[in-house]
Design a protein around this ligand. Structure first.
Ligand code: MG
Ligand code: MG
Length: 258
């Protein structure tokens, strides 16, 4: 079943998701060649706890950290480590919080220093695919309309859509129904109504769509070693247009200053 949120509950979800947005901006200022992903994880955990919230991923299914940090050909679910970021890497950071019992969940793929033009293009298309999906998160449409829009945008750039992972509803749980696939057909899937809150999170590969699970039990990598990007918003379905509960503005203010 789908949980439809009241306006008040959407407001609470917005607070949780804004804290995630601010957390990602906090670490955005520190992402540069020479620092480790574990360092970013510690900063994020302190920031979340200082703001009266709890990291949502830490302990979730046994995940050991606050952030998922996935570098280059890692798609998602990378575990923070003593890996030292280097010039030209891309780093997907996925972050979740629990604030007042409500979950926030967002992801952004950061350039580390200067990145190749072709990799920047992958980030731009993945971001644009997310925005295309958001346009479809409207009352009366179906989840497949989002899936189709995301896939169409990604494939128009010559990229492939990861099939092994999907977006999801969010609320008092991190993962609620419906599943929000990044590929699919228009007019299929559950009908959306005002107050449905979902995470749309395209995972887009420069090469083949297939992935591999690493032996750490978490990290997902592309099968061909080519880079992968991931951006995620939480959005509340509404009439006319969705309300995006996440913002990348804080992050981009920081990145533009660098
Ligand atoms: Mg996420
Ligand atoms: Mg998610």
């Amino acid at each position: 079943m789908l949980y439809i949120k009241t306006d008040e509950e959407v407001g609470l979800l917005k607070e949780s998701n804004m804290l995630v947005s601010r957390t990602l901006a906090e670490i955005a200022s520190m992402i540069r060649p020479g620092i480790t992903t574990l360092y970013l994880d510690k900063i994020a955990e302190s920031f979340i706890r200082d703001n009266g919230a709890t990291p949502a991923f830490k302990g979730y299914g046994g995940f050991p950290n606050t952030l998922c940090t996935s570098v280059n050909d890692e798609v998602v679910h990378g575990i923070p480590s003593d890996y030292i970021l280097k010039e030209g890497d891309i780093l997907s950071v996925d972050c979740g919080v629990i604030l007042n019992g409500w979950y926030g969940d967002s992801a952004y793929t950061f350039p580390v220093g200067e990145i190749k033009e072709e990799v920047k293009r992958l980030l731009d298309y993945t971001r644009a695919a997310l925005e295309e999906g958001v346009k479809e998160a409207v009352a009366g449409k179906r989840v497949g309309d989002i899936s189709f829009a995301v896939q169409a945008k990604a494939e128009s750039g010559g990229y492939s859509v990861v099939r092994d992972l999907v977006g999801h509803g969010i609320g008092r749980k991190l993962h609620e129904l419906p599943e929000v696939a990044n590929w699919g057909k228009q007019g299929t899937g559950p009908k959306m109504e005002k107050g449905l809150v979902i995470c749309i999170e395209p995972m887009i590969n420069a090469g083949k769509k297939e992935t591999l699970q690493m032996r750490d039990g978490w990290t997902i990598k592309t099968v061909d070693g080519k880079p992968s990007a991931h951006f995620e918003y939480a959005v509340a379905v509404d009439k006319g247009e969705a309300e995006v509960l996440t913002t990348f503005e804080f992050i981009e203010k920081v990145l533009n200053k660098k």
